[in-house]
Write a protein that binds this ligand. Structure first.
Ligand code: AQP
Length: 333
């Protein structure tokens, strides 16, 4: 039987290799299986949990759609839409925030990381972000959610919320309890400057990430300057536990080539680091530049991108508003 897939990406600019290898690559693969029903959402309501410039946000929404399409998602066969255009998301988030418990949200590590030391000044939206994510997923009877490893905890919260709602109202299986789809081998791509921090859009240094809009020269330059250490290429996987930057680069190479870690280590053992970086740049350029060229081409036609979003939101709204109607009945509204 096919899967019902839902996943989202925030339109916060600078979509990068981590987003691609951790999530979008998997979206593409799942969307090519005819048995699956896939919905991909540009989660603009999530984006405003931190301050956004309205003009940039509008551009970034289009750029996220362009990235989905350029990466290989067919907008004719899959639903692509923006979250703010389907009002059931906000409504369901409110209702589910009355189901979720403070204690559950207090355990969310992403809030702690993003709010930093000054959490008194963080928005309430940033705190309740995972409840909105649960609403996104549960409205569509999603069976599987392809996400990067960093979202695993949020997905577990969605499962808890679904189960509590079903129990509280005695409606077995009303909300389908979703399963995460997280790549097993190498699910978290780290910064090119610090192997202990995840590659991220909001990191100030552009050198910390490969953007999906980078051209050949930018990619080569970033890999050349990527942090490594003074030791030679490793000859075994065990050596990597204390070498996070090297582990990250080998992981990126492994994800892009579909070779496993040991095969990559074997291929480069005894070679110079510069040889490895050259090969890594080559596979990155081969994979990323066609996407980057296509994104830039699609961005020339904003009417086309807006039309995809409009069609997608009509289709998504049909599904979500039906579910919302049933939620009202169950609650007693
Ligand atoms: N470094 C990463 N490695 C693997 N997967 C990642 N994802 C993000 N960063 C990595 C996955 O990409 C999908 C979309 O992410 P998002 O844009 O919705 O949110 P995010 O996780 O907050 O992304 P960033 O880059 O870290 O943004 P900022 O800097 O704004 O916080 C998700 O499935 C995510 O797991």
């Amino acid at each position: 039987m096919g899967k019902k897939i839902f996943s989202g990406v925030q339109p916060t600019g600078n979509l990068h290799l981590g987003n691609y290898l951790g999530a979008i690559k998997n979206f593409v693969k799942l969307s090519k299986d005819k048995n699956n029903e896939c919905i991909f959402c540009v989660v603009d309501l999530h984006a405003i949990t931190v301050s956004q410039d309205p003009k940039e946000l509008r551009d970034n929404i289009r750029e996220t759609v362009a990235t989905f399409i350029a990466s290989g998602i067919d907008p004719e066969k899959n639903i692509i839409f923006s979250q703010s255009k389907v009002s059931a998301h906000s409504e369901a988030a409110w209702i589910l925030s009355c189901i979720a418990r403070m204690g559950w949200l207090n355990r969310m590590t992403q809030f702690k990381e993003k709010a930093g030391k000054d959490k008194e000044k963080a928005s309430i939206g940033l705190y309740s972000y995972p409840v909105l994510m649960a609403a996104d997923i549960l409205l569509y009877d999603t069976s599987h959610v392809p996400v990067g490893d960093d979202q695993k905890q949020h997905l577990e919260l969605s499962r808890d919320i679904a189960q509590k709602f079903n129990n509280d109202f005695n409606v077995d299986d009303f909300f389908k309890v979703p399963e995460p789809l997280i790549q097993k081998e190498f699910s978290r791509i780290m910064s090119l400057k610090d192997g202990l921090k995840k590659m991220s859009k909001s990191e100030i240094s552009d050198q910390s990430r490969v953007n999906l809009t980078d051209d050949k020269d930018q990619i080569i330059n970033k890999i050349k300057k990527a942090k490594t250490d003074a030791l030679p290429m490793p000859s075994s996987g065990e050596e990597l536990s204390k070498r996070p930057e090297v582990k990250n680069l080998i992981g990126i190479y492994s994800s892009l080539t579909d070779l496993n870690f040991d095969e990559v280590i074997k291929e480069f053992s005894g070679k110079n680091f510069s040889d490895f970086k050259e090969s890594l740049s080559q596979v990155l350029v081969d994979k990323i530049t066609p996407i980057s060229v296509e994104i830039k081409k699609l961005l020339q036609d904003s009417n086309y991108l807006d039309k995809i979003l409009l069609d997608g939101s009509e289709k998504a709204d049909k599904i979500a508003s039906q579910k919302m109607k049933k939620i009202h009945e169950i609650i007693g509204f």
